[in-house]
Design a protein around this ligand. Sequence first.
Ligand SMILES: C[S@@+](CC[C@H](N)C(=O)[O-])C[C@H]1O[C@@H](n2cnc3c(N)ncnc32)[C@H](O)[C@@H]1O
Length: 479
Amino acid sequence: MARRKPKGTRQSAVAKQKFSSAERSSLYASREAAKVLRTVLRGDADRRAATSIKSLVFSHSVRNKRATFALVCQTLKHLDVIKQVLEIADVLNSKWKRQEPLVYIICYDILFGKDPLLIGDAEKFLMRRKDAFVSSLATLLVRKKVETVDELLGLSQPNVPLKPRYVRVNTLKMDVDSAVQELGKLYKVQKDETVPDLLVMPPGSDLHAHHLVKNGRIFLQGKGSAMVAAALQPEPSWEVIDACSAPGNKTINLAALMKGQGKIIACELNEERVKRLEQTIKLSGATNIEVVHGDFLGLNPEDPSFAKVRAILLDPSCSGSGTISDRLDHLLPSHSAVYDSIRLHKLAVFQKKALAHALSFPQVERVVYSTCSIHQIENEDVVSSVLPLASSLGFELATPFPQWQRRGLPVCEGSEHLLRMDPEEDKEGFFIALFTKTNKLDDLESSEVSERECRRRRKQCHPFLWPKVFFRAWNGQMR
Ligand SMILES: C[S@@+](CC[C@H](N)C(=O)[O-])C[C@H]1O[C@@H](n2cnc3c(N)ncnc32)[C@H](O)[C@@H]1O
């Protein structure tokens, strides 16, 4: 007796046969783009856009990364217009309203890209309504009193400056001149004038799939980010804490500066991000990094396992307002409301606690604090809040990269030591503060301020620290 094929099998097999590879890849691209767009829009609506559009697209599950990225970005750029066109046309039934991200993607193609191939139900449904969309767009232009779509977009899109592509050579695996030679086969390459091991290439240089990136010989890292570990200047033999470390760009930067010697304790709270941190470390080839999955505020400065820590890099969670053009957050519907003051205030509370905590490790003599934020509340105000504690513990503000022109906003004592990058001038917003201790470990015995006195001052200045700090069996969590 002949066995009946399950319903639908024959049809889908036929459908498979009918699609050319171009059609299949177009179908995948729109579905993958819709999936990314759904995640981005949901995160944006919940104000928790923790993962950038780039990271979503360049995740493993997306096959056609370039096409998907372009489609998501273009759709987001035109989203406001697409929504208004859909509203005027009023042709969506409830079925398609539930699939809005896919509808947005296909409408972008219909209105501003190439007509989509008639391969999926959504494409067929929407292409049948193309005339309605085109006339709704014309109505919108009239209503807004503009002649072109570009003018319409100009009304809502800020100008985003073109930024060079920076790559940091991982000197654990490759020397800078060899990297210049290899990358120079594809693009014009220059050595950065401020940060050693950093190379500058033209905006848009696409190196995501380059073999030097894939095998960890170079890392795509912005200039501001690469300045942080360089500002800390750890010596190879030191023990250093990277307090908030995932995905680990600065951790492995430290490892390279320390020539793979000494020890780096990389602390990270978020479990998912710990995995990314571990992948970054593995790719870099560094073997002197110990990952601690936990809260930096929970590390007990008096724990003997931190007794030899001489430097701390603190790059805590921040608003990311200096890198919105990288993250493409300016394309998101909530862009103007992202940095609302409640969120900034919460971030600043944590940043202050974390910086005070970093300063309280007894043998630490250098602490670098950084954010990719342009907001005073996350930058100068944080530094200013810890200045009394810092000076009572023997720290003072030092000047990272003295030749750098742009310094802190003149709103606090010592602002001339702080380093700022400007989104217009430097194509990204970044902030760095460096604290150095004058009475270092080597001169401790001759120091006028005894350790007991330091401990008393730490308690006196920041009593909030101590009830919260609890000893945790970190050994169990060290990997
Ligand atoms: C700005 S990112 C760090 C980026 C990293 N320095 C780099 O260059 O790749 C801040 C990180 O701090 C982590 N974090 C936030 N609060 C923390 C805490 N209390 N203890 C440890 N890590 C924390 C976040 O999960 C996030 O991964």
